[in-house]
Design a protein around this ligand. Structure first.
Ligand code: SF4
Length: 451
């Protein structure tokens, strides 16, 4: 019998040696494992990046990065040392290695990464999922019948280049003036809780942002305990990419003790408490990340699940996806749950995949992982919601347009009799289309509004 398309090997998790970076040569383990040290040494600009990397990387890389920040970036730069340390993990980075690195490709995008033919899809938009349009209180998106998304704040400990909430999250960039939350946090949380108290049909709250790791613990605990007081709330999921980007945060004794108190109340009230994180590549799964995930579970969190984003150049091969999922499942106790297709935000065409590519990836990863740990690849269709990529209703492969249907009304369509009959489009990147499809879009370029 010939070999399998994917060959599984148990992986030993390794914390890359941070002293390989000239700027961190003298950083001790105690400093490295301190959340305060990590936060104080985040890389926020090119000069700080140069200080860490030393002179192993050519100027052309920094110029490429600066050009991207000026002309394309939808997120400002913010990379915790923990994340930077997972780039080029085995040696001091060379220019070539940094250009090719999967973590660098989404955390430090450069102009030459982006497509020049169609940097944005003509139907890309800042709030492509209409989350803001569906706010029922500031930061509270009611899209699905029984679930809500509570955006407690608009910051994170790390900013990802492909962030779907680029409209709201992070600092403004030269190309994006961000939406601002206007209420004081205490008033925002109170308005959200009021809505949930008066809407018994909502049973599931994703507590997110931004990243909940940036909510001062006392405030987050207070919010969660009030949420747990509402009888109809049966599922609470805390969204934090920092579990990977800044695992030191989730290992702080005060935070672990706080999680244990909240988990104890959740357990007594029969509420499912979970943590959802966002890990895109196996290089990010280090012993510290695994320790933080296990610590959360020991503290009483029912499940820790991963929702990665499918990104070309980062993880869009069967081997990349399976290597990541096995590392999560084998040694970190993090359930591989979803991979989202990258949303239709501006300047994302070099990352996005066509629906048929996502379908092929889903097919390629079936059968290796336990069924319960085989992630679903989903497309978050504007005005519809998450759909497994094989649920497409109709597919125009020449123009790259998929059509989807839905079985519930969002808060925007309460009185719309046609909402459940309509077909909702989603668009493949134009560069993935056959020549006649590319030409079809090209002839309409002038007439289409580009984001
Ligand atoms: S952590 Fe999540 S919300 Fe924050 S920048 Fe990254 S993708 Fe956006």
């Amino acid at each position: 019998m010939s070999g399998q398309p994917y060959s599984y090997q148990r992986r030993v998790l390794v914390e890359p040696d941070w002293t390989r970076f000239p700027g961190w040569r003298h950083v001790t383990r105690a400093e490295w494992e301190s959340a305060q040290w990590q936060r104080a040494h985040c890389v926020k600009n090119i000069s700080q990046l140069r200080d860490v990397l030393g002179d192993t990387v050519d100027d052309k890389f920094y110029e490429d990065l600066a050009a991207d920040q000026r002309e394309r970036a939808t997120m400002s730069m913010l990379v915790p040392p923990q994340m930077l340390n997972t780039m080029c993990p085995t040696a001091p980075p060379t220019t070539e290695a940094l250009y090719a690195d999967p973590i660098r490709r989404y955390m430090l995008p450069v102009l030459s990464d982006r497509r020049t033919d169609w940097p944005s899809h003509p139907y890309a938009s800042r709030d492509s999922l209409h989350e803001h349009d569906m706010w029922v209180a500031e930061g509270l998106t009611h899209r699905y019948p029984t679930k809500v998304l509570a955006e407690l704040l608009s910051t994170c400990p790390q900013y990802c280049g492909h962030c779907t909430r680029m409209d709201l999250v992070g600092n403004s960039t030269p190309t994006v003036d961000k939406l601002r939350l206007t209420l004081k946090p205490v008033d925002r949380y109170a308005a959200m809780l009021d809505y949930l108290r008066t809407h018994p049909e909502v049973r599931d709250v994703v507590v997110s942002g931004g990243d909940v790791a940036n909510v001062p613990w006392k405030h987050l605990e207070n919010f969660l305990l009030q949420l747990l007081d509402i009888d109809n709330i049966r599922d609470i999921r805390l969204a934090t990419k920092a579990l990977m980007g800044l695992p030191q945060h989730w290992l702080q004794p005060a935070v672990v003790e706080g999680i244990a108190r909240v988990a104890d109340v959740a357990m007594r009230r029969g509420v499912n408490l979970a943590v959802h994180t966002h890990i895109n590549h196996v290089q990010s799964v280090t012993p510290l990340v695994a320790r933080a995930a296990r610590t959360l579970r020991q503290a009483g969190v029912g499940d820790v699940r991963n929702q990665g984003v499918l990104l070309r150049g980062v993880n869009a091969t069967p081997d990349d996806l399976l290597d990541l999922c096995f590392a999560l499942q084998d040694d970190a106790g993090i359930l591989p749950y979803y991979f989202y297709m990258c949303d239709m935000i501006p300047h994302a065409e070099h990352w996005r995949l066509a629906v048929w590519e996502a379908q092929e990836l889903q097919h390629a990863i079936m059968g290796y992982l336990p069924g319960f740990a085989t992630p679903r690849i989903v497309c978050d269709v504007p005005l519809v919601g998450k759909r497994w990529v094989h649920m497409v209703n109709e597919y125009d492969r020449v123009r790259g347009i998929t059509y989807w249907t839905k079985n519930y009304r969002t808060s925007l369509e309460k009185d719309d009799p046609l909402a459940l009959e309509r077909r909702y489009p989603y668009y493949d990147p134009i560069h993935t289309l056959p020549p006649e499809g590319q030409e079809w879009w090209q002839t309409r370029r002038g007439a289409l509004v580009s984001a």
